[in-house]
Ligand binder design. Structure first.
Ligand code: SAM
Length: 163
């Protein structure tokens, strides 16, 4: 499989090309076919809506504290998408239930205590063998994830942690 080119693509389009490519390289491609896939701080839902075009058969969950964003997201995601208005510091999902957790630009206004609380929730809800893909440019948020035992499988402009 050759590396996908992103020229002219939106962020969500680039991710739907890149993440499967990278997970396949890591021997973890099955996770995207298994689901569920949770987008933390999903905002307007563009990442979920774009992934749903390629993976219509899996369960998608979007979590955001902003009601207006979720109302907009509802207009573009599949009707069976679970959209939850909540803080990421207390996620109302079962332990060990998620195959893929995704986040893009959610830590910009957070302090280290908040990263630590979110990290605990990600660690709790990810299933063993599942991955957390963090696309959080310019922010040093890694320490709490490492302390919980999540293992970085890939680390560049984004990080893929495995539980
Ligand atoms: C910069 S926007 C990014 C939205 C989306 N991930 C994207 O890339 O288009 C950050 C989003 O994260 C949400 N967010 C940030 N911190 C949060 C928290 N602690 N709990 C719930 N949502 C949060 C905000 O409401 C906002 O919608």
């Amino acid at each position: 499989m050759t590396s996908p080119l992103y020229s002219g693509a939106t962020y969500a389009e680039a991710m739907v090309a890149w993440l499967p490519y990278k997970l396949e390289q890591l021997g973890l491609a099955h996770l995207l076919n298994d689901g569920p896939f949770a987008d933390l701080g999903c905002g307007l839902g563009t990442v979920i809506a774009t992934f749903q075009q390629k993976y219509p058969h899996i369960r998608f969950i979007g979590i955001d504290r902003n009601r207006e964003c979720l109302d907009e997201a509802r207009k573009i995601v599949s009707p069976d998408t679970l959209l939850i208005q909540a803080s990421l510091r207390a996620i109302s999902l079962r332990d060990n239930s998620l195959a893929v957790v995704f986040s893009h630009k959610i830590y910009q206004l957070c302090n280290e205590e908040t990263y630590a609380e979110i990290a605990k929730e990600i660690h709790r809800t990810l299933r063993t063998g599942g991955v957390y893909f963090a696309s959080e440019p310019m922010i040093d948020y890694k320490r709490p994830f490492l302390e919980l035992g999540l293992v970085p499988m890939y680390e560049k402009e984004s990080i893929i942690f495995k539980k």
